[in-house]
Design a protein around this ligand. Structure first.
Ligand code: NAP
Ligand code: HEM
Length: 389
């Protein structure tokens, strides 16, 4: 075989280096330019399917023939995992023009920027250079009390997707295990731990202290505490209210959150990057028959939120105030599924948004309150527009 002026006898293996084939106009449009978009079919960049197919047909980074890399499959898996992990944890951007002007390297290929080649065993390209930073929420440790259902579960899922490490809690070790299993099924490899903490008992302070100790020992310093724990809704005519019922209704809705703030603030770093987020409800501002106890406690937790933001500064303290949300909380008050669906449909029509909120809608408010280090002492109403009704 003759290539240019040289003759190669039969039996000689002839190879084409990647450098040469990648700069061949038969396969690549504008071959000397750095155009990563050439690998993705997209009408807005003018890359069609045929071009990508042609380019891929000569893309042989592991070589072919007798010198073919023996570890191609292993290397592709390794590289895929590394890139997936980097993109999952970090944001990146290109830093300036990290290549060199083409005319300084190859005088006949124009004046665009090309990546500098370095001689190594095969060849190495210097650039493009990228700058990395942790994604929002990456590496943050979020503790959620009340994470086995409803709003708390939705926040747990959303926080994990935002790459937080997570500690979840509720009164039941069994439900915590089931929840961790469920979260792992949707987000494998996520870092989730869980510990039971019964907020309903008299020894609630010890329970909270123990939870925070275990959370810190298990996954490091806690950055954010979310409180969505609640038991059955104390909805009743005024004539049914007793001293015991008032006290019992307040335990998870007022007593425990304040104690979580008191004890939790000792475990959070002292700074606006740390936050505590409570859960209130539209009933605090919009009365409804038989909801006096709820109105009192929800109003109470909203006011306490503002005050705690001062008392615990610079740690931020906020609350989310939902309207009606389709969660398990309603199962006790309206056990009949048909009746519940009818009630939700009726209220959806009245809501300015025309729908009943899903817990994952509300999760966005909790995420926001964790991320915005400028917000404290605020109550976010995410209520389908219920306060306008
Ligand atoms: N859903 C709505 O329409 C709505 C509207 C406005 C305001 N809110 C407020 O939002 C908050 C969360 O409601 P949700 O709908 O998410 O309720 P949910 O689905 O019933 O969830 C309540 C959570 O609290 C936990 N919990 C119950 N008893 C506990 C205890 N003794 N100790 C520790 N944890 C306990 C439950 O877990 P275990 O059972 O495993 O312990 C569960 O994880 C409540 O404060 C509620 O008033 C809800
Ligand atoms: C992205 C990563 C990798 C790339 C792009 C790559 C690419 C290549 C290329 C182009 C060759 C041929 C070299 C030549 O013709 O002179 C080669 C050969 C080889 N590679 Fe890789 N390689 C990678 C990773 C690995 C890994 C992880 C291993 C070992 C665990 C490995 C082991 C080998 C061996 C042993 C050869 C020589 C094969 C032979 O001559 O028979 N490579 N590789």
């Amino acid at each position: 075989m003759k290539i240019r002026e040289s003759f190669y006898p039969a039996g000689v293996y002839v190879g084409v280096p990647n450098f040469a084939v990648f700069r061949n106009e038969e396969y690549f449009n504008r071959p000397h330019e750095y155009l990563p978009e050439r690998w993705i079919v997209d009408s807005s960049t003018g890359t069609d399917e045929e071009q990508v197919k042609l380019a891929r047909s000569v893309f042989k980074p592991f070589s072919i023939g007798p010198r073919h890399c023996i570890a191609q499959r292993l290397a592709v898996k390794e590289v895929s995992y590394v890139i997936a992990q980097l993109v999952y944890l970090l944001d990146f951007r290109i830093v300036g023009e990290s290549g060199k002007l083409a005319r300084d390297i190859l005088p006949d290929v124009g004046s665009h920027v090309v990546m500098e080649q370095i001689d190594v065993f095969t060849s190495l390209e210097k650039g493009p250079m990228v700058e990395w930073r942790p994604r929002d929420g990456a590496g943050k440790h979020v503790l959620i009390l009340g994470a086995t259902s409803g709003l708390g579960y939705a926040v747990a899922k959303a926080a994990l997707a935002a790459t937080a490490s997570l500690t979840i809690s509720s009164s039941s070790a069994e439900r915590i295990d089931a929840t961790i299993h469920k979260l792992h099924a949707s987000l494998p490899n996520s870092e989730i731990k869980g510990y039971a903490c019964n907020l309903a008992g008299e020894n609630v302070e010890q329970e909270i202290e123990q939870l925070l100790q275990r959370a810190e020992a298990g996954s490091g310093k806690v950055d954010h505490i979310i409180y969505t724990a609640a038991n059955s809704l104390p909805v009743m005519p005024v004539q049914d209210i007793t001293r015991e019922k008032i006290i019992s209704a307040g335990q998870l809705r007022f007593v425990a959150p304040i104690l979580v703030a008191k004890i939790g603030s000792r475990y959070l770093s002292s700074g606006p990057e740390s936050s505590i987020t409570f859960t209130s409800g539209t009933i605090a501002e919009h009365p409804s028959p038989n909801w006096t106890l709820m109105a009192g406690y929800m109003g109470g937790i909203s006011s306490a939120t503002r005050n705690l933001a001062l008392d615990l500064k610079p740690i931020r303290v906020n609350a989310v105030s939902p309207g009606l949300v389709d969660t398990e909380l309603w199962n006790q008050l309206v056990p009949n599924a048909e009746e519940k669906a009818g009630m939700f449909q009726h209220l959806a029509q009245k809501h300015p948004t025309g729908r009943v909120a899903k817990p994952e809608d509300l999760a966005e408010s909790y995420l926001y309150l964790m991320k915005d280090i400028n917000i404290t002492g605020q109550i976010i109403n995410s209520d389908s527009g219920a306060l306008l009704m």
